[in-house]
Design a protein around this ligand. Structure first.
Ligand code: PLP
Length: 500
C-alpha cells in the first residue's frame, strides 16, 4: 500500500512522505496527515518484542514512509537509534514505578528530553527526503521552542550539510539549564535568538514566516527553502509513534501484559504531539484503553477535552513545567481532522475561528469521541511539587516537573475511576534539566547556580549526571541576542545573509 499525506485544510492535497517532511507544513497552513492509518496486527507486535529499538523503528517507518527504500529507512534508523546517541541500549527505558504502573523514560538521548526521540532522526529523514526530491536547495529549519525542542533540534542538525537551523525561544520562558544548553550551542550552521514574548508568540511568528509566499520566493531566489523541526512536521510525529508500539511489544515480551490486553497511556502535554502519537499507535492496533492528557496550569486542553470548547482567551501562566506552557496546541488540528471525518471545511472553520476569535466549539459527535478516547486533567505548580516529593519519598524515584504533572493527573484519574488497567506514563525529561524545581520540591536548599544544583540533585537522586549537561559548565555563550517578536523575519534574513 502506498501512503500519501493530505493537508488538514485541503483534503485534495496529496503528497508523498518525502514531500511532507521536506516541506514541514502545507502551503494552505494545514498540517500533513496520513491518508490512511496503517494497521499492525497482534502477531506483528509479538514479533517486535524480540527486536531492537532500531528494528522496531524500521518496521513502523516502513508502514508510513512507503516512498522510502528499505535501505534509506535503515540508513535513517541506524544512524539515529544507537548507543552513541543514547545512553541506554534500549533507547527508551521502561521503569517500574508501582504495581501495574510504568515510567516510559524518553530522555536518554543527547539533550535529556523526549524531543531527542524524534530529533535525532529528523535530520536523516529530511536530508534523505531532499535528496529523493532532488531539491538542490539548502534547507533552513526554523524552530519555535518552549525549551526542549530547540536544543534537541540544534543537536540533531548541527553541521548537517546543506541545512541551516535558527531557533527562537521566549526570553523568560525557559529554565536556566535549557537556556545554557541553547546559548552555548556549537556548529557552523546554527543560530539561537530570544524573543520578548511567550512560546505562542514564537510559534505564531514561525508559522507566519513559513506560510508567507513572498518570503518563500525570496528564499528560493537565494537557493534556500524552509522546513520545520517542530511537531507540525510529520517527520517529528512518525518517530514518536514508534516508542508506543515498542513499549507495548516490550510489555508483552516481559509478560507484564497479555498480548491484546489494553494499557492506559498518560502524557504530559503541551503542543499535543506526543499524545497524538499515542493516538496513532492505538489506531494502528496497539491495544490502548484511555489516553490520559495531563496539563499544567495552562489547562486549555483539559477544558477542551471535557467540554468541547477550545478557548485560548485566558491568562497565560509561566510554570515550573515550561515545555507545557502553551495555549495553542498545534497538533490538535490533526486529531480533529481525523475525528470530524476528514472534513477540511470544518477544520478551516474551527481554526479560522481560533485565529480570529481565539475560540471554537466542536460538534457533539466529536465531543463524544473525545470523551471515549481521552481523559484530561491538570494540576498547578504546588501540586506538581507535592507529587515529585510524594513519589520520591514513597518509591525513591526522582522525576522531572513535566513528568510529575502526568503522575499527578494519573493518580487523580485512578482515584476517580478505580481503573486498574496497566498504565504507562511518558517521562519526558531528565530531572537534571530542572534541578532547581525538583530540589525545591523535595525540600532541599536551592540557593546555588545551575551546576551546583545538578551536583546536589545527584546526591539526592543517586541518578548518574548526564555527561552532556555536565559538559555545559565550561562552554562559552555564543548567542545572546534578544529581539522583539515582530522582528523575527528580520532576524531570519540577517542570519541567512539575505538583503530585504
Ligand atoms: C515538549 C515537552 C512536553 C510536551 O510535549 P507535546 O508533544 O508538545 O505535547 C512535555 N514535557 C517535556 C519535557 C517536553 O519537552
Amino acid at each position: 500500500m502506498n501512503m500519501y499525506y493530505k493537508s488538514t485544510r485541503n483534503s485534495s492535497v496529496n503528497v508523498t512522505s518525502a514531500q511532507a517532511i521536506a516541506q514541514g507544513i502545507s502551503r494552505d497552513g494545514g498540517l500533513f496527515v496520513p491518508s490512511e492509518i496503517p494497521a499492525i496486527s497482534l502477531d506483528d507486535i509479538k514479533k517486535l518484542g524480540k527486536m531492537t529499538y532500531a528494528e522496531r523503528a524500521f518496521f513502523v517507518f516502513s508502514k508510513f514512509l512507503t516512498d522510502f527504500t528499505d535501505s534509506e529507512i535503515h540508513y535513517c534508523v541506524d544512524n539515529a537509534y544507537n548507543d552513541k546517541n543514547f545512553d541506554s541500549d534500549n533507547i527508551a527505558e521502561l521503569a517500574h514505578l508501582f504495581s501495574g504502573t510504568y515510567m516510559l523514560e524518553l530522555w536518554h538521548g543527547p539533550t535529556c528530553a523526549f524531543k531527542d526521540m524524534a530529533l535525532q532522526i529528523l535530520p536523516y529523514l529530511l536530508t534523505t527526503s531532499a535528496k529523493k526530491l532532488d531539491l538542490g536547495k539548502k534547507i533552513v529549519i526554523l524552530v519555535a521552542t518552549s525549551g526542549d525542542t530547540g536544543k534537541a533540534a540544534l543537536e540533531g542538525f548541527k553541521d548537517v550539510p546543506d541545512t541551516e537551523i535558527l531557533v527562537f525561544y521566549p526570553d523568560d520562558g525557559v529554565s536556566a539549564m535549557q537556556k545554557k544548553q541553547m546559548t552555548t550551542q556549537e556548529g557552523a550552521n546554527v543560530g539561537v535568538c530570544a524573543i520578548k514574548g511567550n512560546f505562542d508568540d514564537a510559534q505564531n511568528g514561525v508559522k507566519a514566516i513559513f506560510t508567507n509566499a513572498e518570503i518563500a520566493d525570496t528564499l528560493a531566489e537565494n537557493g534556500m527553502q524552509f522546513s520545520s523541526a517542530n511537531s507540525i512536521n510529520w517527520g517529528r510525529l512518525a518517530p514518536q509513534i514508534i516508542y508506543y508500539v515498542s513499549t507495548y511489544a516490550q510489555l508483552v515480551e516481559d509478560k507484564a501484559v497479555d498480548l491484546g490486553e489494553p494499557i492506559n497511556i498518560v502524557v504530559p502535554t503541551g503542543n499535543f504531539g506526543n499524545i497524538l502519537a499515542g493516538y496513532y499507535a492505538k489506531k494502528m492496533g496497539v491495544p490502548v484503553n484511555k489516553l490520559i492528557c495531563a496539563s499544567n496550569a495552562n489547562n486549555v486542553l483539559t477544558d477542551f477535552i471535557n467540554t468541547g470548547v477550545y478557548d485560548r482567551n485566558r491568562q497565560f501562566y509561566t510554570t515550573i513545567s515550561p515545555s507545557m506552557d502553551i495555549l495553542i496546541s498545534s497538533n490538535l488540528e490533526r486529531l480533529l481532522y481525523h475525528l470530524c471525518g476528514e472534513n477540511d471545511a470544518t477544520i478551516r472553520d474551527w481554526f479560522g475561528k481560533l485565529a480570529s476569535e481565539g475560540r471554537y466549539e466542536v460538534t457533539d459527535d466529536v465531543k463524544k469521541i473525545l470523551g471515549d478516547e481521552f481523559y484530561a486533567g491538570c494540576c498547578d505548580d504546588a501540586q506538581t511539587k507535592a507529587c515529585i516529593k510524594g513519589i520520591y519519598d514513597k518509591y525513591s524515584y526522582t522525576c522531572d516537573t513535566h513528568t510529575a504533572v502526568a503522575v499527578k493527573v494519573y493518580q487523580d484519574y485512578k482515584e476517580k475511576t478505580g481503573d486498574d488497567t496497566v498504565t504507562v506514563i511518558a517521562s519526558t525529561a531528565s530531572p537534571y534539566k530542572f534541578s532547581g524545581s525538583v530540589l525545591s520540591a523535595i525540600g532541599a536548599d536551592t540557593d546555588a547556580d545551575e551546576f551546583a544544583l545538578v551536583d546536589k540533585l545527584a546526591d539526592a537522586s543517586k541518578l548518574p549526571i548526564p555527561a552532556s549537561l555536565a559538559a555545559l559548565k565550561d562552554k562559552e555563550i555564543r548567542f545572546s541576542e534578544t529581539i522583539d517578536k515582530n522582528d523575527m523575519k528580520g532576524y531570519v534574513f540577517r542570519a541567512l545573509g539575505i538583503k530585504e
